[in-house]
Design a protein around this ligand. Structure first.
Ligand SMILES: Nc1ncnc2c1ncn2[C@@H]1O[C@H](COP(=O)(O)OP(=O)(O)OP(=O)(O)O)[C@@H](O)[C@H]1O
Length: 235
């Protein structure tokens, strides 16, 4: 098992948001966490990345306990995140944004290989590599944010709402890349409000409500679950 979140509670100060979350992700999988606005999905990502304290339970990654570690050590252990809002360096060129991501590696040859791979997957980034990141459209920024995360050669990629605010054609384009990223050996944990699209992509998924996991299964099982269809897909 690559990631094991065991009975984890977390929140903001006195406000507990997650209560007793348990999820597992095996190496090579794409796993989705779906749920309505405010269910706690982003909070879970923050707890995994160490930017929020785990107040109960524990998190293991790649055989080691990571809860309580500083965020940069968790990143170094091999988890990269693409957050909602993207957090790029707007005043820097596209390629420099990517290279900053790769700095963590300390391995120029590997950085070059990663850059070539990212450019082949997102040719638009290559074409515009000398442009300032802030001049990019929302979809292009999302590609760049994913590229920057992949520059670190992560074992696990955490994607928080990659579809948010993007035109449908961009969403399609970005989701089509996920199997390519998986084929390169990167495991993906995907947090999404677009339940249908994300479960269709995922081997397995979890449904979160009010800070708890209420349903788990294969992507197909969840897609055909009556309650889920009514609650999230309006079917
Ligand atoms: N900084 C904060 N301080 C206090 N409470 C917060 C903070 N950020 C989020 N919350 C609360 O935590 C709960 C879960 O929010 P979270 O952002 O994790 O949900 P989400 O499932 O990711 O939703 P969304 O899809 O809207 O991002 C919400 O009730 C929210 O109001």
């Amino acid at each position: 098992m690559l990631l094991e979140v065991k009975d984890v509670s977390s929140g903001y100060g006195d406000v507990q948001v997650l209560s007793g979350i348990t999820i597992n992700v095996d190496a090579g999988e794409i796993v989705s966490i779906v749920g309505a606005n405010g269910a706690g999905k982003t909070t879970l990502i923050r707890a995994i990345m160490g930017t929020l304290p785990v107040t109960k339970g524990q998190i293991q990654f790649d055989g080691k306990r990571i809860d309580g570690l500083a965020p940069h050590l968790i990143a170094r252990a091999g988890i990269a995140q693409v957050m909602e809002g993207r957090r790029l360096f707007g005043h820097m060129e596209v390629e420099d944004n990517l290279l900053v991501g790769g700095d963590i590696l300390n391995d120029k040859a590997q950085q070059r290989q990663n850059l070539d791979w990212i450019y082949s997957m997102f040719p638009r980034l290559k074409e515009r590599r000398r442009q300032l990141a802030r001049s990019f459209s929302g979809g292009e920024q999302q590609m760049l944010a994913i590229g920057r995360a992949l520059m670190t050669s992560p074992k696990l990629l955490l994607l928080d709402e990659p579809s948010i605010g993007l035109a449908p054609i961009m969403v399609k384009d970005i989701f089509e890349k996920l199997p390519l990223i998986q084929a390169r050996g990167v495991t993906i944990l995907l947090v999404e409000q677009d339940v249908h699209r994300s479960l269709s992509m995922s081997g397995r998924g979890y449904v979160m409500e009010h800070g708890e996991i209420v349903l788990a299964g294969t992507g197909q099982e969840l897609l055909s679950n009556e309650r889920l269809r009514q609650a999230y897909m309006g079917i």
